[in-house]
Design a protein around this ligand. Structure first.
Ligand SMILES: Cc1cc2nc3c(=O)[nH]c(=O)nc-3n(C[C@H](O)[C@H](O)[C@H](O)COP(=O)(O)OP(=O)(O)OC[C@H]3O[C@@H](n4cnc5c(N)ncnc54)[C@H](O)[C@@H]3O)c2cc1C
Length: 333
């Protein structure tokens, strides 16, 4: 009997702890659509407790507010629109987040660990005088988070004693929240006067019909073994047959074969597709840090000793200039 009471008390206190958490997810979007990593950040935030609010800052972003208000787990969508929020400059978004924090007193503030979140949240944390926790892969309790260290070779469990926990969320570690099923309220928050110390002018994004690298179901990546930028055409042809995104190793990027937004790895993008095909990539730990959580890994390399074979589910020891055209021919049939 005593044991039963103790258990009930424990359960009550843990549900009390959960009830007092309120999290702000800073939404990353293009004014029209929400990025998938924001949906993963919402899933992470939902694990902390009941109150998940999302902040949408931008210009003409009513569509994003509409999308967010249907996302499962979101209770409230906060909207701030101003020309100063073009390009999501941290210099302009930080004062807005601080003002929102002052008004709502969140226990946690998070965003996806994309260039947007990595650019913004350290500044927010510094202004709040708290230490941020970057790129978390798991939440064990409202103050305890797991993140990778040493290029993904070790997991570190971090207990955060800060009064406000500020963190970024690794998108591949949390399923995206369901886009339908929620019914959040929305509310306008007043935007502080623009800081005006920097101005967003334009962005030149690589235009491609292929899926986005971090959310693609299939990724074909090339390394130094491709030997030139022209030879990447082989991978583009293969990717088109598989509806895949194309990635690259840092060596291929450094050699100028492809732009650096294609880099996968510790200092590039983290991907975890259903299928990852590594072509002419040796498998250095810094590259593995960005792709080893892929469901199925295929490696094509002419060196049977290449470390990539240690993580590959299927390995083909072959010359890529022979193997890849053969694959394309088979896929054409
Ligand atoms: C701090 C730091 C951060 C880093 N971050 C990253 C990162 O984010 N991403 C990343 O990728 N790297 C990163 N690196 C670099 C990393 O250590 C490796 O140097 C890099 O990944 C090697 O790229 P690669 O496999 O294309 O080239 P290589 O190691 O040169 O491998 C080329 C491979 O191609 C094979 N090959 C050659 N010709 C053929 C052929 N005809 N057919 C089949 N196979 C062939 C070879 O056998 C070889 O295995 C980082 C390094 C440091 C120090």
């Amino acid at each position: 009997m005593l044991r039963a009471i103790q258990r009930t008390n424990l359960r009550t206190s843990s549900s009390l702890i959960r009830r007092f958490q309120s999290t702000l997810v800073v939404a990353e979007h293009s004014n029209d659509t929400l990025t998938p990593v924001t949906l993963s950040a919402i899933t992470a935030a939902s694990k902390l407790g009941d109150e998940v609010s999302c902040l949408v800052a931008g210009t003409n972003c009513a569509k994003v507010v509409e999308q967010l208000s249907r996302v499962q787990g979101v209770k409230k969508v906060l909207l701030a629109q101003h020309d100063a929020y073009k390009g999501s400059l941290p210099e302009e978004l930080t004062p807005l987040i601080l003002a929102t924090q002052k008004q709502f007193n969140f226990t946690h503030i998070c965003a996806g660990a994309s260039a947007f979140g990595k650019n913004l949240l350290p500044r927010v944390a510094a202004k709040l005088d708290v230490a941020p926790i970057s790129d978390i892969t798991e939440i064990t309790s409202p103050d305890t988070f797991v993140r990778t260290i040493y290029a993904g070779n070790a997991l570190s469990t971090v207990k955060c004693n800060e009064k406000i926990k500020v963190f970024t969320v690794r998108g591949t570690s949390f399923e995206p929240a369901a886009k339908e099923g929620g019914s959040a309220t929305s509310e306008q928050v007043s935007a502080p006067s623009p800081v005006g110390m920097s101005e967003w002018l334009e962005q030149n994004l690589t235009k491609t019909d292929r899926p986005e690298l971090t959310s693609a179901k299939v990724v074909v990546s090339g390394g130094r073994g491709l030997k030139s930028g022209e030879n990447f055409k082989l991978l583009y042809d293969l990717a088109d047959k598989l509806n895949a995104a194309v990635g690259a190793s840092r060596a291929a990027v450094d050699a100028g074969y492809v732009p650096n937004d294609m880099q996968v790895g510790q200092t590039g993008k983290i991907v975890a597709p259903e299928l990852y095909i590594a072509v002419g990539i040796s498998g250095a730990i810094q590259h593995l840090a960005g792709m080893k959580d892929s469901k199925t890994i295929v490696a094509i390399n002419k060196d049977p000793e290449a470390p990539i074979f240690q993580v590959a589910d299927y390995g083909l020891v072959a010359d890529l200039f022979k193997a890849v055209p053969e694959m394309i021919e088979v896929l054409k049939k």
